[in-house]
Design a protein around this ligand. Structure first.
Ligand code: MEV
Length: 436
């Protein structure tokens, strides 16, 4: 028996029918819900239909702010970096850190590698030597057969770098992988990688009967990996400790900062929050450039835990009065293909960044992650995060309380140096209204 809200063929309804159905079943016929969904449609029908094509069952658009953080000096070039996020203090924090480090020469960023991985996950019900023999006998031929799929990527400087057989039988009976290493040039490469893996797996199934009983080889999955430690960027900022003390007005600033980072390297509870702060910046750039933030998130956290313990992605080095703050993070991002060009605002972001290659985008994104982490730690070891956070959050509270522009201005002045908790703002607004 199906519940009254079970629906068959929902995807075949048109948008209006879908909304009608939802309003009736989930909003008790509340016309307000319909109005809200329709209000967020784009008036430009081209843009609206583009958005509707991205995913299934689109009803409306969910808007997020698109902002820029200027003054990012990275490897000698100054960028205004596009960021998409809903968190009120994130862009301000990035911009503040960018400005802080500008006079120290900004961010130095280096791509440590661009290798991405993909696997054919298989069970082999026979001796390992037989699988090894099959793999070695067919590898060159399969690589040749894949030429029509790899030719274009090779022209762009990418392609399949290697294929190896890995034995996982110590973890799971009969389990092996074919591990592929790829360079996908300026694309994120998901489609390219998955196509290659699926083709190769088909070739294996087709060819195996000449080597043994077809049931011996059981392909389970073929999919790229989002754990790509070989596609990694390193970003650093550095300054003399005396200059830092002068700029911050805190004598032992470098030591306190280093201790905060050390805490995030030994205490996983702190490390997760610390890395979340880094991802505040990374995700915002990844989103603004039409890249896959879930892939980047998953990969970053896997890398943070790759030593067997979850750790801070950033580090501090102090030597001879020099303070170096840095970040190493895997970033599988692209600047061609997929959403990066399909979403007009992602295209605009690329233009704003000077149409970077994937490596350059890795450097920019990494710099914003480090900047974000710097601002968070700076606040945490000084005034705490609530003052700045609440200042930004005040606008949200004022909107929530329905303050008029004139009231909002007065309250912003009132709360310039006070913590803007909802209760306090509400009381102040009431007082203001009673006075008038
Ligand atoms: C809030 O979104 C991020 C922070 O918690 C990060 C941190 O604690 O390092 C401020």
């Amino acid at each position: 028996m199906h519940d009254k809200n079970f629906v068959e063929g929902f995807s075949k309804l048109n948008k209006q029918q879908k909304i009608d159905w939802l309003v009736e079943h989930y909003f008790s016929g509340n016309a307000h819900a319909r109005v809200l969904l329709e209000r967020y449609w784009h008036t430009d029908t081209d843009i609206q239909s583009l958005h509707e094509g991205f995913i299934e069952n689109t009803l409306t658009n969910y808007w997020l702010p698109y902002a820029v953080a200027p003054n990012f000096l990275i490897n000698g070039q100054t960028y205004a970096v596009p960021m998409v996020t809903e968190e009120s203090s994130v862009v301000a924090a990035a911009a503040k850190a960018a400005k802080f480090w500008y006079p120290f020469g900004g961010f130095r960023a280096q791509v440590l590698g661009t290798t991405k991985l993909g696997h054919i996950h298989l069970l082999f019900h026979g001796p390992k030597e037989k699988l090894q023999h099959f793999f070695e006998q067919t590898r060159e031929e399969f690589l040749r057969r894949l030429k029509p799929f790899t030719e274009n990527m090779e022209k762009r400087g990418g392609g399949i770098l290697s294929v190896e057989l890995d034995d996982w039988t110590h973890r799971l009976d009969n389990y092996y992988t074919l591990t592929f290493r790829f360079d996908t040039a300026d694309s994120m490469g998901a489609n390219f990688i998955n196509t290659i893996l699926e083709e190769w797996a088909d070739y294996m199934e087709e060819a195996y009967p000449a080597y043994g009983h077809p049931d011996e080889l059981e392909i389970i999955m073929r999919i790229l990996s989002n754990h790509n430690p070989g596609c990694r960027v390193r970003v650093t900022v550095e300054a003399d400790e005396t200059a830092l003390a002068r700029k911050t007005g805190i004598n032992d600033y470098a030591r306190r900062f280093e201790t905060a980072v050390k805490i995030a390297r030994v205490n996983p509870y702190r490390a997760v929050t610390h890395n979340k702060g880094i991802m505040n910046g990374i995700d915002a750039v990844v989103l603004a450039t039409g890249n896959d933030f879930r892939a980047v998130e998953a990969g970053a956290h896997a890398f943070a835990a790759s030593g067997g313990e979850y750790k801070s992605l950033s580090f501090v080095e102090r030597e001879n009065g020099k303070f170096v703050f840095g970040l190493e993070i895997p970033l599988a991002v692209g600047t061609v293909g997929g959403m990066t060009r399909l979403h007009p605002l992602a295209g605009l972001s690329m233009e704003l960044l000077g149409n970077p290659g994937a490596g350059q985008l890795m450097q920019i994104t990494g710099a914003v992650g480090l900047a974000q982490n710097f601002s968070a730690i700076h606040s945490l070891i000084t005034e705490g995060i609530q003052t700045g956070h609440m200042r930004m959050h005040l606008n949200n509270i004022l909107a929530q309380l329905g303050a008029t522009p004139a009231e909002a201005e007065q309250l912003r002045t009132q709360f310039a140096n006070r913590k803007a908790h909802v209760r306090a703002v509400k009381d102040a607004l009431n007082q203001l209204r009673n006075k008038d």
